[in-house]
Design a protein around this ligand. Structure first.
Ligand code: NDP
Length: 290
């Protein structure tokens, strides 16, 4: 039986936010510039409104400027693209984030393609995805970046390790696989058509759940001693009423098998905004050549 360590993403994210804040102070002292992050929210999705509020608060706490644009759900695509073009041209804005999902009448790909890649702090623009894929400096999607930071903190070098990423979305699975490849892992990307998923998962020294299905990855799928990163955030009913959050990995079953695992909540989740702040500072530095 293995002793399973908890990977405390909340504590790590707090430390990272403090490091970013101190780097922002040094950047401001050297350049006189305050990094600015513009967040665009279209419509009234309550979960998105909470994310945007948290992003704004943590941006200000890190010493950066938060510029929020809240637009009604009736905003046309042309109006949104015009706002992005204006933000692209605004010199006090170093990062632009358009909160997803967008209302159905707006083509999200067209919106993401309009953001200046140099200000694309979510890392979703095809130029940044392409630069990551060919090994050039890129703005990297925040959640995958956070996962790799937690892994390196826990394991040191990832070189040569077998990594299995379950999920192939453009925002988590694919960029995470690219980052792990960059760390010299041997990477397998699994998805809904993968044959014998439990067997594939059992190969993994590093097992990532990025699926969005509550506790789909069972304890018996985990190689003893593996490091498990659970990206999934799923709200499920509690017996007796109410709801709770669970990940894509059966957390209780992983105890005694995994070497280490991120909890949900408190694992990967808090890393996302911390990495967004880091990306905003990175974008500002590159724009100023600082
Ligand atoms: P998507 O729905 O875009 O992608 C899910 C992926 O899982 C797809 O590639 C899909 O395969 C795969 N999948 C679905 N069912 C199965 C199955 N039965 N077996 C194997 N693979 C399967 O989700 P996201 O990548 O956007 O998000 C994944 C999870 O991560 C969600 O729970 C989300 O809430 C969470 N998340 C958390 C973040 C954070 O911590 N801050 C940020 C972003 C996401 P296929 O391509 O074949 O359909």
């Amino acid at each position: 039986m293995v002793e399973t360590r908890l990977i405390d993403g909340k504590a790590f994210a707090e430390g990272l936010r403090k490091r970013v804040a101190s780097d922002v102070t040094a950047f401001h002292a050297a350049t006189g510039v305050t990094p600015g992050l513009a967040v665009v929210l279209v419509g009234e999705d309550p979960a998105s409104a909470v994310y945007v509020r948290n992003k704004g608060k943590q941006t200000v706490e890190a010493g950066m400027a938060s510029i929020e644009h809240k637009l009604p759900a009736t905003t046309t695509q042309a109006e949104l693209l015009a706002l992005i073009a204006a933000l692209n041209a605004e010199k006090d804005v170093h990062g632009i984030l358009v909160q997803l999902p967008l209302p159905g009448h707006i083509d999200a790909q067209a919106v993401l393609a309009t953001i200046d890649p140099a200000k694309d702090v979510d890392g979703f623009h095809v130029v940044n995805a392409g630069r990551l894929a060919v090994g050039l400096d890129a703005l990297v999607p925040c959640t995958p970046l956070g996962c790799v930071m937690l892994l390196k903190d826990r394991l040191g070098s990832l070189s040569g390790l077998e990594a299995v990423v379950v999920g192939r979305s453009n925002i988590v699975g694919k960029p995470l696989a690219q980052l792990l490849l960059r760390e010299d892992c041997t990477v397998t990307i699994a998805h809904s058509r993968t044959r014998d998923l439990p067997e594939v998962c059992r190969r993994a020294d590093i097992l990532i759940g990025a699926v969005g299905r509550p506790e789909m990855i069972r304890g018996a799928w985990i190689k003893p001693g593996a490091t498990v990163i659970d990206v999934g955030i799923n709200r499920v009913d509690k017996p007796g009423g109410g709801t709770r959050l669970v990940g894509d990995v059966a957390f209780d079953e992983a105890q005694g098998i995994a070497g280490a695992i991120t909890p949900v909540p408190g694992g990967v989740g808090p890393m996302t905004i911390a990495c967004l702040l880091q990306n905003t500072l990175t974008a500002a530095r590159r724009q100023l050549g600082a």
